[in-house]
Design a protein around this ligand. Structure first.
Ligand code: TXA
Ligand code: MG
Length: 300
């Protein structure tokens, strides 16, 4: 029996499987099984009104999950899937309330990871999956991270190696005109604007994606943000038990960011001083996650 065979058997029996994706590991359940989906919330300790992304095996399946497909969603799905992009679209009637948090929209994506694509294509249905970490903590980018966070509570971990991108997917709300980016990721707003040939709307006001709280992705150590390496070096010299996180290579910065925060925690580092990358391309996503890691805790 291959690992994918085992994962399918667990999912069909209503169990939870940690799945590798190109962004971060997800904690997956059969999106059509309400009891299985309910267990995701229990294991993650996630508030029930936070909707889950449904992962599907091919962009041709988009229409099976929507009541109507916005043109923007059809264009982005055709050009970016499989890939690190989640589209919010009007949900089809069969989509469970527990998956969408009772909302009229559903978040969909086709992940670009060989094992998970094989799993999805053979499983046939959708897999509801948030990141496979405890609620409010840093997302897992290796199978070991998943085990460290969730341990025995996951029925099976499909080990697909370290996640290449390392930060969660870009989320685009296609239910508004013009569409809005609700969470920056590896596919930048600029790329989306050029694919759609339009200017995106600003995601103003309280975030319409619950779970994008100010404090999220939080390690135990204190995270301080600076704009330059000079400022980081001055600060680290003045702080006991502190270290700097920085990388000039944006792809490598994103790929290692969550591992480095976890590693700092494991070594008992008190303060991480993170140098913010420039706000271009993947730099937006890294700045977003670092800003959330640095925000004061909200009732955690
Ligand atoms: O890269 C990713 O997107 C990873 C991998 C596993 O696919 N998943 C992920 O899921 O980051 P999660 O649950 O940790 O973050 C998804 C975010 C949450 O903030 C959730 O509230 C929002 O997307 N979301 C999902 N469906 C939504 C909907 N229908 N309306 C508004 N926000 C939604
Ligand atoms: Mg998450």
């Amino acid at each position: 029996m291959s690992d994918v065979d085992r994962a399918i058997a667990v999912l069909r029996a209503g169990g939870l499987v940690a799945i590798p994706t190109e962004t971060v590991y997800g904690l997956a359940a059969d999106a059509s099984n309400p009891d299985a989906v309910r267990r995701i919330f229990e294991v993650k300790r996630r508030p029930p009104d936070h909707p889950l992304i449904v992962h599907i095996g091919a962009d041709e399946q988009l229409g099976e999950w929507t009541s109507t497909t916005p043109t923007s969603a059809a264009i982005l799905a055709a050009s970016c899937w499989p890939g690190p992009l989640t589209l919010l679209v009007p949900r089809a009637e069969h989509v469970l309330d527990i998956v969408t948090g009772g909302r009229s929209t559903v978040g969909l994506r086709v992940p670009a990871h060989r094992l998970t694509l094989e799993l999805l294509q053979r499983f046939g249905g959708g897999l509801a999956a948030p990141s496979a970490n405890r609620f409010g903590r840093v997302s897992p980018t290796t199978a070991d991270h998943v085990c460290a966070d969730l341990g025995e509570e996951v029925d099976f971990v499909l080990d697909g190696g370290p996640c290449p991108i390392g930060v969660e997917s870009t989320i685009v709300d296609c239910t508004v005109d013009p569409p809005q980016v609700l969470r920056p990721g590896a596919i930048s707003a600029d790329e989306i604007e050029s694919l759609l040939d339009m200017t995106l709307g600003a995601a103003t006001g309280p975030s319409r994606a619950p779970g994008m709280l100010d404090s999220h992705y939080a390690p135990r150590c204190r995270v301080l943000l600076v704009e330059t390496t000079g400022a980081a070096e001055a600060l680290v010299a003045a702080s006991p038990n502190a270290e700097i996180i920085h990388d000039h290579d944006l792809a490598h910065y994103a790929h290692t960011l969550f591992s480095r925060l976890r590693d700092a925690d494991n070594r008992g580092i008190e303060t991480v001083i993170a140098v913010l990358p420039p706000p271009t391309g993947l730099g937006h996503a890294i700045r977003d996650r670092l800003t959330k890691a640095a925000a004061p805790p909200q009732g955690r």
